[in-house]
Design a protein around this ligand. Structure first.
Ligand code: FE2
Length: 333
């Protein structure tokens, strides 16, 4: 067994708040195996989780992670409970590669996936995400990440009324799910898969239990509207975050079934002003760090503190993902 040595690395575009964002941990030891990595994680995992809560994101570079099985082992080294795709209400079409690991999003290369907190448009969301680059694309395909606490502070300065309305009223999301998976869309997951339901009755029962309202459309698709969800949340350390799916819904919930204009409303059913959204988008774009993937990279993202997306790309890109179940310890009551 080889004991691993690491260093923290400065990378172009890295941001500096109270802590750097993201933190990059580079492996110095050559010739190490996944057994060595597992042993190293066992003794260091608590500090990585703690670092993610402070920095927002930790990138592990230079580790011997070659494929989905290695990534699966890497994640298991953290000893966290996983949040499975089956139980999630994610709208993205994904393919499982191992029990814990799935492809990040099957949407076509030219589709942008805009900044969001994973599954913040549903009442069930993971606390962390792991990403792993199995194959870096020829051109672009970065994962933009953005500190949501910093964004909220800047947005509150630029448009206090908008942030106040978001905080007071919350938000409802509407999404139309097809009867069958539509891989051409960034949110093309069928209602059967999303809701784990074989029949309309089972789909309705699941939605009722979650407090959604619903409408069946003539083509067999299902339009579902969430209960009122918070658009701003407070973490136990006092930081406030723009924890929602507003930017992604406003910019990107557009396909054969969905119109972004109809995707989001405040909790009292009043419209969300486009100017406020535009300001949020501009600030988030300015604050984004583009994670330029190298094969073997693993990133640990704190889902409460950091939004993520995907830039369009050319060539083949395989970024794998895995989600961690929320243990309820991060959100203030
Ligand atoms: Fe995502």
């Amino acid at each position: 067994m080889t004991t691993l040595t690491t260093e923290t690395l400065a990378v172009p575009g890295q941001q500096q708040y109270e802590d750097v964002f993201p933190l990059v941990i580079n492996l110095l030891t050559g010739g190490s195996t996944m057994d060595d990595v597992s042993a190293w994680l066992e003794s260091t995992r608590a500090e990585h989780i703690e670092a993610a809560a402070r920095h927002g994101a930790v990138l592990f570079r230079g580790f011997p992670v070659a494929d989905a099985n290695d990534f699966d082992r890497f994640i298991r080294g953290f000893g966290l409970d996983s949040f499975t795709y089956e139980e999630s209400l994610s709208n993205a079409v994904r393919v499982n590669r191992t029990e814990l690991v799935f492809t990040a999003n099957e949407a076509p290369p030219d589709v942008s996936i805009y900044l969001h907190h994973e599954m913040a448009q549903t009442p069930l969301f993971p606390s962390h995400l792991f990403f792993c680059c199995e194959r870096a694309p020829d051109v672009a395909g970065e994962t933009p990440i953005c500190r949501s606490d910093v964004l909220l502070d800047k947005l509150a300065e630029a448009d206090p009324q908008f942030v106040d309305d978001c905080t007071r009223l919350g938000v409802r999301y509407s999404n139309t799910m097809p009867a069958e998976d539509d891989p051409e869309s960034g949110q093309g997951r069928s209602w059967r898969s999303t809701l784990g339901a074989d029949t309309r009755e089972a789909a309705e029962a699941r939605l009722d239990k979650l407090g959604y309202s619903r409408e069946w459309l003539d083509d067999g698709s299902l339009r579902a509207t969430t209960p009122v969800l918070p658009a701003v949340r407070t973490l136990v350390d006092g930081r406030r975050v723009f924890f929602n799916q507003l930017i992604a819904a406003f910019r990107g919930w557009k396909d054969a079934r969905n119109d972004p204009q109809k995707a989001i409303r405040f909790g009292d059913d009043s419209p969300i002003p486009a100017e406020g959204m535009q300001r949020a988008i501009e600030l988030a774009d300015e604050l984004s760090f583009d994670l330029a993937w190298q094969a073997g990279d693993v990133a640990l993202i704190d889902n409460f503190l950091v939004m993520h997306g995907r830039r369009p790309y050319e060539g083949k890109r395989t970024v794998l993902a895995s989600l961690v179940a929320d243990d309820g310890s991060r959100l203030a009551a």
